[in-house]
Design a protein around this ligand. Structure first.
Ligand code: AMP
Ligand code: ZN
Length: 118
């Protein structure tokens, strides 16, 4: 755990979240500022800043993040498909420096690109 990290604090239960799923490797919770009817985040439970910092030791958690995305998307109300977005670093416009996969969807297509609302 990184003591100053927002998402590590969510993993530790020090900051509340609307949790969807948890296992030994990953945690999923609703995004606090949803951009689509379905919008949740899947994160590794251990601190990993971004894919830029990932090593082979992180591969089980990285695989699990994608493996649970479909199951959770269907259960959350996006059975016809979804989009996974992972922003990395400054160029990728990553705001929270703990790796997270956005899973977005709903009953309508999410569109060709996803632009964050102001
Ligand atoms: P990114 O720009 O990829 O780093 O996205 C960070 C995401 O984290 C944004 O979509 C925020 O709405 C979301 N976020 C920030 N704080 C929280 C929080 N406390 N609980 C849930 N989602 C959050
Ligand atoms: Zn962290």
């Amino acid at each position: 755990m990184s003591s100053q990290c927002l998402f590590c604090k969510i993993v530790a239960g020090e900051i509340p979240s609307k949790k969807i799923y948890e296992d030994e490797l990953v945690l999923a919770f609703h995004d606090i500022n949803p951009q689509r009817p379905v919008h949740f985040l899947v994160i590794p439970k251990h601190h990993l800043t971004s894919l830029q910092h990932a090593s082979t030791a992180d591969e089980p958690a990285l695989g699990r993040m994608l493996a649970v995305a479909n199951k959770l998307a269907v259960e959350a109300g996006s059975p016809g498909g979804f989009r996974v977005i992972i922003n990395n670093g400054e160029i990728g416009c990553q705001e929270v420096p703990h790796l997270h996969a956005h899973v977005v969807g709903g009953e309508q297509p999410v569109g060709p690109m996803l632009k964050r609302q102001a």
